[in-house]
Design a protein around this ligand. Structure first.
Ligand SMILES: [Fe+2]
Length: 235
């Protein structure tokens, strides 16, 4: 998914999206198994039980970025993102809670009893550290193109796998919301990235931001896939 019409993208932004498009994450065995409909409900219980640690922390990543953002207008826009992520006037509709509902009603898990594995907790910590980097081109590219910008494509892969495992579509609201919407959130982050253009090392830092975010996710998904195979007795 492109966050902005192609014509509005600068050459630098184009190259960042190309990095995103061609990253090895898209060939991650977990996503391939998803697209091929090879994951079971039990596999998804493990996968999304662990992913919950990342998902429920999402507003913390935005907040970490906001701390280092000197532009008060950008902070206002980030607050609007946080408000929407938080469910606005109905906090029970916050995205982390929609994910919790998916775990409970879609997968039959009790979220409060999930035990997160060490690599999962490390993934979340590294995400927080990167989002809170004082290198603004790095942190904004990390969240804009390395994270928000790939959610739609990523969650479409997840939905293919979940449907193949016979999880009813009406239980997948969390994914459908993120496949279809949240473009404003990505645009806010893209605005921040654009305004960082004059900063030192903009080109190298922003490229590093995209690659770091996608590498972290790639490694995390490889860990999840290994564990799924171990549980299946394959590895
Ligand atoms: Fe969200």
């Amino acid at each position: 998914m492109r966050l902005t019409a192609e014509s509005e993208l600068s050459k630098e932004e184009e190259s960042l999206f190309e990095l995103q498009d061609t990253h090895s994450l898209w060939n991650n065995p977990l996503l391939v198994a998803c697209r091929e409909g090879r994951l079971t409900v039990e596999d998804f219980q493990f996968l999304f039980g662990q992913y919950f640690a990342y998902s429920r922390s999402f507003t913390r990543y935005l907040a970490a970025l906001m701390v280092n953002c000197e532009d008060d207008l950008h902070r206002s826009k980030l607050i609007a993102n946080l408000w929407e992520e938080g469910g606005g006037t109905t906090p029970e509709r916050r995205h982390s809670n929609l994910f919790r509902i998916f775990l409970r009603d879609g997968l039959g898990l009790a979220p409060e009893y999930i035990r997160f594995e060490v690599p999962t907790l490390r993934f979340v910590t590294e995400y927080l550290d990167s989002s809170g980097s004082r290198d603004i081109p790095f942190a904004t590219a990390f969240l804009a193109i390395g994270t928000e910008g790939l959610v739609s494509r990523l969650y479409q892969d997840f939905v293919i796998g979940l449907r193949a495992a016979q999880i009813p579509d009406e239980k997948l609201e969390f994914f459908h919301i993120h496949i279809g919407c949240d473009d404003d959130h990505a645009e806010t982050l893209m605005d921040m990235l654009r305004s960082a253009r004059g900063m030192p090392h903009y080109a190298s830092s922003s490229r590093r931001g995209v690659v770091t975010a996608m590498n972290l996710r790639d490694q995390f998904f490889r860990f999840l896939y290994r564990r799924i195979q171990e549980r299946q007795g394959v590895a």
